[in-house]
Write a protein that binds this ligand. Structure first.
Ligand code: B12
Length: 213
């Protein structure tokens, strides 16, 4: 791994909110793409933070700080994305499902999709199914990405599918799920269209779907 990318991984892992921007700038100056910085630096750093939490080394406050470290990095990366690409591949509604406030994974997925030419309508966290489908109606977006990390909240995915069906929009929409508690099997149980395990997979899934729409 390149040293400058490793420095980003470390800054996230060590919750270095004051140092992250300089490290991102150093990578950008070296010509490393935002995609690589997010995937190899930020995402890997967050994986380590997650492990430390599970092992009892980090606490909830550390996790919140990890989210803020990532927030610091994002504007610098957005600035470096190719503007001629932005939005060319269509609109995607992104949301963390109702009852769930985990946003880091969703935000990374959003950044990578944006870097790959999609327009992202990010509705945030704890989003009611009705708001997601209403946004699809108003915006004309035909692709939806749902993030879910809490096992207790997975039925919120089914709510989105059901409201889409009730509104007569289900056939026109592609609903993709992801997040730590989701799986291929859950996708089938909830009646969604696709499951992605990582942000990189999210990009290839939505690439495929946008061509088929
Ligand atoms: C950070 C974190 C938090 C932070 C969130 C901060 C924030 N701003 O998001 C805080 C402290 C707020 C938090 C709170 C809680 N948390 Co928490 N949290 C985590 C932790 C450690 C890491 C999650 C994370 O950000 N990972 C890093 C990102 C990058 O990974 P990711 O989300 O999985 O996303 C990747 C992929 O899944 C995929 N992806 C994600 N979304 C999507 C969407 C699509 C469409 C696609 C295709 C792909 C995709 O791409 C991403 C990048 O590759 C996990 C443990 C873990 N290892 O997952 C627990 C965890 C998810 N939390 C858990 C729990 C229980 C809670 C609380 C209930 C704790 C409590 N007692 O209060 C609350 C929930 C409150 C609520 N209503 O939501 C449990 C859930 C257990 C379960 N299966 O239900 C976990 C698994 C910890 C554990 N082992 O107990 N948490």
């Amino acid at each position: 791994m390149k040293e400058s990318i490793y420095a980003i991984q470390q800054a996230v892992d060590e919750l270095d909110i004051d140092g992250i921007q300089d490290k991102v700038k150093a990578c950008i100056e070296e010509g490393i793409s935002p995609f690589e910085i997010i995937e190899e630096g930020i995402s890997k750093g967050l994986e380590i933070v997650g492990q430390k939490f599970e092992e009892g080394e980090y606490f909830l406050a550390d996790l919140i700080l990890a989210g803020e470290v990532v927030h610091e990095a994002m504007p610098l990366l957005e600035d470096k994305m190719d503007p001629s690409l932005i939005g060319k591949k269509g609109k995607i509604i992104l949301a963390t499902v109702q009852g769930d406030i985990h946003e880091i994974g969703k935000n990374i997925v959003g950044m990578l999709l944006k870097a790959n030419g999609f327009e992202i309508l990010d509705l945030g966290v704890d989003v009611p199914a009705s708001k997601i489908i209403e946004t699809a109606k108003i915006s004309g977006a035909r692709m939806i990405g749902l993030s879910a990390l809490l096992t207790t909240m997975v039925t919120s995915i089914k709510d989105v599918v059901d409201i889409a069906t009730e509104s007569g929009l289900r056939d026109q929409l592609k609903i993709v799920i992801g997040g730590a508690c989701t799986s291929e099997q859950l996708k089938d149980e909830m009646g969604a269209d696709a499951y992605g395990a990582t942000a990189v997979q999210a990009v290839s899934i939505f690439d495929g779907l946008s061509q088929a729409l």
